[in-house]
Write a protein that binds this ligand. Structure first.
Ligand code: ZN
Length: 181
């Protein structure tokens, strides 16, 4: 971790560095898991990434990237944000000094991610027949009533028998309750 003090000159340098070497990745969806966008800067020289990390208040992590495919290529290092809050914080910090290209890239990646989250929340608030729910994860009341009515229509005989049985039991328990000690 680098320094946590914000040095505005270093922030300006970091924004220029990010403009040239950095990237806002797009959100992804893999194995049922949605991942937010993150920021990455890839370099052979780890020291410039350490300077960058210090400039952004020590946020993000630096990892080694091995390039086994081609032995002539040198190992690289990547600075990367590790969560959505951090990604937003670093972009906000650099924003004033960022060029239009990197601003637009971040803007769209963030927009797509936020829209996907809003859509997911909206889906959770709706049953599969499109009825609105009072709370996420709750059973749809309108569909539950419909199911009951359909079951009754299909099983009219069983339903009638059940109601008769239920009525008898209720009468019996009432008589029992009224019975003198
Ligand atoms: Zn429903």
């Amino acid at each position: 971790m680098g320094s946590r003090v914000i040095d505005i000159q270093e922030v300006a340098w970091a924004a220029g560095f990010f403009d040239g070497e950095g990237c806002t990745t797009r959100s992804s969806h893999r194995n049922g898991v949605s991942r937010p966008p993150n920021l990455t800067v890839t370099q052979v020289d780890r020291r410039s990434l350490e300077r960058f990390q210090a400039a952004v208040a020590g946020m993000g992590v630096i990892r080694a990237v091995r390039r086994r495919a081609d032995p002539r290529q040198r190992d690289q290092h990547v600075w990367v944000t590790t969560n959505w809050i951090q990604t937003q914080a670093v972009i906000a910090l650099l924003w004033k000094f960022l060029g239009p290209g990197k601003r637009e890239q971040a803007h769209w990646a963030f927009r797509v991610w936020i829209a996907a989250r809003v859509a997911r929340e909206a889906r959770r608030m709706m049953c599969r027949n499109g009825h609105p729910k009072a709370a996420a994860g709750e059973r749809c009341r309108r569909c539950a009533v419909g199911q009951t009515l359909r079951w009754r229509a299909k099983n009219r005989a069983r339903y009638t028998a059940y109601m008769r049985e239920y009525g008898r039991r209720r009468t019996a328990s009432r008589q029992y309750a009224r019975a003198p000690n």
